[in-house]
Design a protein around this ligand. Structure first.
Ligand code: URA
Length: 238
């Protein structure tokens, strides 16, 4: 493992800052000061210290949560409202939600302590499809579905092409599925409001190949290493 990554994984500095620490002679491997960036270390056997203090990389954690309504997608709320982190019972690492679901939105949310993974998944350049099911007011027709698919004019510009299909009609309301390849703030609600069908209930049902299968609202599981790998590759478009 690269020494810079080892330091970044310990949580004391970003990779860039780690390079600076190394260059300034503050990092030692097995007691010997290292000043060249690009050195590799064996995380199981080598002892790395920064400024004389031994550091250790933290375990990286990736969780898939079925968020219930009424929980904020943040770590702490200044107003004391429940957050998604309150739902995690046996997780010692401090994890952060990857992107946001609105307070009342339910469904698939990833949490992690891996900053690089977080950047990759939330960067606008990377497009992992996000699937939503929305109950909306009124009956959605073919014209609406086409408009949602082609793009909707929002205040900051047109939305990217998406796919939309009708799932059910009940009591003058429609349940539709919308797959988006971008993630703007409150995008689903704003798109549907713009075409005259305000959202009554919203759930994210999938992110790429990940679904909520086996997870009741409020439940979560760890992602498998191969799922993390696959998501990373998808986000990079490889
Ligand atoms: N779009 C929204 O409008 N709300 C969400 O929570 C997620 C997507």
């Amino acid at each position: 493992m690269r020494l810079t990554k080892y330091i970044a994984d310990s949580g004391i500095a970003s990779r860039r800052r780690a390079e600076e620490l190394i260059a300034s002679g503050m990092v030692a491997v097995n007691g010997v000061t290292v000043t060249t960036v690009g050195v590799n270390v064996d995380p199981l056997h080598d002892k790395v210290s920064v400024n004389g203090r031994l550091i250790k990389p933290r375990a990286r954690v990736y969780l898939l949560l079925n968020k219930p309504g009424g929980y904020l997608s943040s770590v702490k709320d200044p107003h004391g409202r429940p957050t998604v982190v309150d739902l995690l019972k046996d997780v010692d690492e401090r994890v952060y939600p990857v992107g946001r679901l609105d307070l009342d939105t339910e469904g698939l949310l990833i949490l992690t302590n891996d900053g690089e993974f977080m950047n990759l998944m939330t960067h606008p350049r990377y497009h992992i499809p996000k699937t939503y099911q929305a109950w909306v007011k009124g009956i959605i027709d073919d014209k609406d579905l086409k408009a949602l698919g082609h793009g909707i004019e929002l205040e900051e510009g047109m939305t990217a092409p998406a796919s939309a299909r009708m799932l059910r009609i009940n009591n003058g309301c429609s349940l539709i599925e919308l797959v988006l390849y971008e993630g703007r703030k409150r995008q689903v609600k704003r798109m549907l409001k713009a075409i005259g069908h305000p959202v009554l209930a919203l759930k994210r049902t999938a992110l790429g190949f990940l679904t909520l299968q086996g997870l009741a609202p409020g439940e979560y599981r760890h992602l498998l290493p191969e799922e993390v790998k696959k998501l990373t590759a998808m986000a990079r478009g490889s």
